[in-house]
Design a protein around this ligand. Sequence first.
Ligand code: PLP
Length: 407
Amino acid sequence: MKRIYMDNNATTAVRPEVLEAMLPFFREQFGNPSSVHWAGRAVSGAVEKAREQVAKMINCSAAEVVFVSCGSEGDNLAILGTADALKDRGNHIITTAVEHPAVLNTCEYLEKRGYEVTYLPVDRDGMLDLADLEAAITEKTILISVMWANNETGNIFPMEEIGRIARKYKVRFHTDAVQSVGKIPVDVQAASVDLLVISGHKLGAPKGVGAIYIRRGTKLTQLLHGGHQERNRRAGTHNVAGIVGLGLACELAAAEMEEASGRIRKLRDRLEQGIVAAVPEIKLNGHPTQRLPNTLNVSFAYIEGESLLLNFDMKGIAASSGSACTSGSLEPSHVMGAMCVDVVLAHSSTRFSLGHDNTEADVDYVLEVLPPIVQRLREMSPLYNRKEPMTCEECQVIRKVSTVNEG
Ligand code: PLP
């Protein structure tokens, strides 16, 4: 069976060059970079080279890059570290309703501890109104946290404008750039960002490594206490192989970005146009142009995203569902909810996120198998046979019944 991977926003394959570069650090170069002897010194050089590579990718100095274990850790460090370090200045944080759980759940955790959080709404295209941001700032605001690009829709937020607002009001600015770094240019100076988070496994490096940019002079309470690694910003022995992989992945992505994003965008557009031409009653979710080049989010009326994914899987296609059913919840995605996507359409939202390895043949295969799958599922759907939209109440009832059945 063919195997087509279009879930690169979930994770990417480790690039072969990256794997090659990492291997010596599992073998002969096994030293601890904090050791002063030859074994440690050999390895610490590699860590510092990777730091330079990451810094170059986002236009900062190497001393401002701190290695962490993943994007979630970076977001936690940025938000919790700021909340604690600036607690005497204020207790108000502004974020958006469409952030990744790494940000949303961290903010909710802080709310339970007395912090106030404003969750900015988005419009039907999933974009922010910056007047809302400016209006939300108070003298107690210590942090603005807005993702660079959204993982579900691919929407890119106006970082430079947000950075200008943050500077104007002297509020710290954090961005979760996990989906952006490696896909589109990211420049911490142009965007006046103070804290920016990267995750290795989204750009061809392995899982288990990430980085956070911390602008020089930014007071941040550390999350992990222990050794003095990473200039006391993050304790713990370095994941040397992962760090080396992340450094090289950044260098490769920067060098290839223009060519790769153009090629991937063309494939994504071919997929999008093919679906629009072949399947009636769909909805494209997200902004039509302010979007990552690799991401397409589409709802297929009358059917469940999960059934579609299972049918895709049987044909060897890996995509992902906008609803969070895969993670054990039957709630539709909070991103679709925030965009006021009709609840039935939200349940059928499907994300295709393309990557380096995809080809035109992959897209054409998806376009060949998708329409009959959608048609078959629609014919089995009571919603389709009824041919009129469900009310929210009816949808909730159906959700409850299916929960009971699945339980
Ligand atoms: N932020 C965004 C926007 C993401 O898409 C993800 C992962 O899906 C994360 C944060 C979390 O990154 P990690 O899996 O490295 O913890």
